[in-house]
Design a protein around this ligand. Structure first.
Ligand code: ADP
Ligand code: MG
Length: 223
C-alpha cells in the first residue's frame, strides 16, 4: 500500500538548509501496524507527514494505494487525504465549542456526505470507539482519553485505508494510553493499516513492526 523510495527532505530557513530525511526506503503492506521510532529530532513526524500527504518530498518516489504521490499538486493531495487517510495527533485537535458528534461530522462535510449518512456514520464510529453515550458532550466535558477516542472516531469516519498517528498517547496517563492502544489493536484487527510515531518502547511494542530512524535514515526495521 505504501512505497517510499530514496526519500530526501530538507527544511529551508533563510539561507540555512536543515536536512531531515536522507534517503528513506520503506514499504508497508495493507493491514500492517507499524511504529516509527527514534530520538527527538530524528525525522519521525516529517516522515509521517509525508506518508500522510501533508508534506511534499524534495527527492524520491512515493506511491500510496497505487497513486504516485510525488508528482501531485496540492489539490490532488487533499483528495488523496480525504479518500484514503485518517489522522490522529497527540493533542487531539478537536474543535472546542462543538459536540463530539459535530467534530466527527466535519471530515464528512468536506467529503460532501449528505446529512442522513453523516448522522448514521457518526453513530457507528461513536459505537466503535465506545463513546455512544458522549455524543453531545463538548471536548472540555470529556477526559483526555475520551477526547482522543473522539479524534479516532473522526479519523475513521470516511472509512480510510490508512490511519496516520503521531504520538497518540503523549498527552494521556498510562491507563488511558493503554486503552487507546487496545482500540488501535482492534481497528487493525478489523483491517485498518496503521502507521504510528512514538518515542516510547511500550507503546511501539503494541505494533507488529518497529522502524527506527536515526539521523534521517532507517537504522533498524524489526517485526
Ligand atoms: N517546519 C519546519 N521548519 C524547519 N525545521 C523543521 C520543521 N519541522 C521540523 N524541523 C526540523 O526537522 C528535524 C526533524 O523534526 P521532526 O520530524 O519533527 O522530528 P521528530 O518527530 O523525530 O522529533 C528537527 O531538527 C526539526 O527542528
Ligand atoms: Mg515528532
Amino acid at each position: 500500500m505504501i512505497s517510499l523510495h530514496n526519500i530526501h527532505k530538507s527544511y529551508y530557513m533563510g539561507d540555512v538548509t536543515v536536512p531531515v530525511l536522507n534517503g528513506i526506503d520503506l514499504s508497508i503492506d495493507n493491514g500492517e501496524f507499524v511504529a516509527i521510532m527514534g530520538p527527538s529530532g530524528s525525522g519521525k513526524t516529517t516522515l509521517l507527514n509525508i506518508i500522510g500527504c501533508l508534506d511534499s518530498i524534495d527527492v524520491g518516489e512515493y506511491s500510496l494505494a497505487g497513486e504516485k504521490i510525488n508528482t501531485l499538486d496540492d489539490k490532488s493531495m487533499a483528495r488523496i487525504r480525504s479518500q484514503h487517510i485518517g489522522f490522529v495527533f497527540q493533542l487531539f485537535n478537536l474543535i472546542p465549542r462543538i459536540s463530539a458528534r459535530r467534530n466527527i461530522e466535519l471530515p464528512m462535510i468536506y467529503a460532501n456526505v449528505n446529512k442522513a449518512d453523516r448522522y448514521s456514520r457518526t453513530t457507528t464510529v461513536l459505537e466503535r470507539v465506545g463513546l455512544s453515550d458522549r455524543a453531545t458532550h463538548v471536548p472540555t466535558q470529556l477526559s483526555g482519553g475520551q477526547q482522543q477516542r473522539v479524534a479516532i472516531a473522526r479519523a475513521l469516519v470516511n472509512n480510510p485505508d490508512l490511519l496516520v498517528v503521531d504520538e497518540p498517547t503523549g498527552s494521556l496517563d498510562s491507563k488511558n494510553g493503554k486503552e487507546i492502544m487496545q482500540l488501535f489493536g482492534r481497528l487493525n484487527a478489523d483491517g485498518v493499516t496503521i502507521v504510528m510515531v512514538t518515542h516510547e518502547n511500550d507503546i511501539a511494542a503494541c505494533a507488529q513492526r518497529q522502524v527506527h530512524l536515526l539521523d534521517g535514515k532507517i537504522d533498524q526495521d524489526t517485526a
